[in-house]
Design a protein around this ligand. Structure first.
Ligand SMILES: *[C@@H]1O[C@H](CO)[C@@H](O)[C@H](O)[C@H]1NC(C)=O
Length: 256
């Protein structure tokens, strides 16, 4: 898919991807590295690729059987923007959000921490020191994900037109990801209207402009099992930098 995107001279500027499986379930490490190289090419040409962080919490599709967390690919690629899912703290009340327990997140076993997130990841390990899962469960040198989050809707689903004349409730990180992609498509519109280049690869921007996101500070992505990562102040591997504050973002993207 990403090779076809890179071969297309008229590729759309923003892409939303729901696919993901555990890194350990991928064909090989070489496969993940070659896909990651294609993601770098997409980033270099100014495309924005948003990838769902997964719907099984830290244990991934393999589950808790062998008692280690299972990071998800391609969400774990440093060269995509990984999107987690939240719920409203008070059901049915639009306002403060918390991490959804099924939202994928954690640290890659394949890709090292990315430079643009290194300070935020280090800060998390200090802020969350009291709640960090035992070190044998996760890889302290890995790329942390998700980068950002948005309502996943497991409690209050999104209402979508799924078929002619039919409305359906949908939820999960496959719902939160196209919402974030849509917001960044709007931000591209703001910039292109001002004769500025598109946002392109957004991760450095996210970590440098964390004040443009609603910080999510509650909830744990344990998938309903014993351990998970807690959402805390600042970036965390449950909700990333938080959920987009469009009013702030649309001003900020004209200044960077
Ligand atoms: C931890 O992640 C690094 C990449 O940052 C990798 O080289 C290493 O093999 C991983 N360790 C395990 C136990 O998977």
């Amino acid at each position: 898919w990403i090779s076809a995107v890179n071969d297309n001279e008229e590729a759309e500027l923003v892409h939303s991807v729901s696919y993901g499986n555990d890194e350990a379930q991928q064909v090989s490490e070489e496969y993940m590295q070659s896909v990651n190289t294609e993601f770098m090419k997409a980033a270099a040409r100014g495309l924005s690729i948003f990838v769902a962080s997964g719907d099984q919490g830290v244990y991934g599709r393999e589950g808790p059987g062998n008692n280690v967390f299972h990071p998800d690919f391609p969400a774990s690629s440093p060269w995509v923007t990984s999107v987690g899912g939240t719920d409203f703290v008070t059901p049915s009340v639009t306002g403060e959000e918390q991490a959804w327990d099924g939202s994928g997140g954690g640290f890659s076993n394949t890709f090292p921490v990315a430079s643009w997130q290194a300070a935020a990841v280090a800060q998390y390990k200090m802020t969350a020191a009291d709640t960090l899962p035992p070190s044998f469960l996760w890889n302290a040198s890995g790329r942390g994900y998700p980068d950002v989050s948005c309502l996943g809707g497991s409690v209050n689903p999104y209402c979508v037109s799924a078929d002619v004349g039919e409305l359906a409730g949908v939820w999960g990180t496959s719902a939160s990801t196209p919402v974030v992609a849509g917001i960044f498509a709007q931000l591209n519109n703001v910039r292109l209207t001002a004769k500025m280049p598109p946002m392109g690869f957004v991760n450095p921007f996210l970590y440098q402009n964390m004040d443009c996101f609603f910080d999510v500070k509650q909830g744990v992505n344990d998938g309903g099992y014993n351990w998970g990562f807690a959402a805390v102040e600042g970036w965390d591997p449950a909700t990333g930098v938080g959920t987009p504050n469009y009013a702030k973002l649309k001003e900020r993207v004209l200044m960077v």
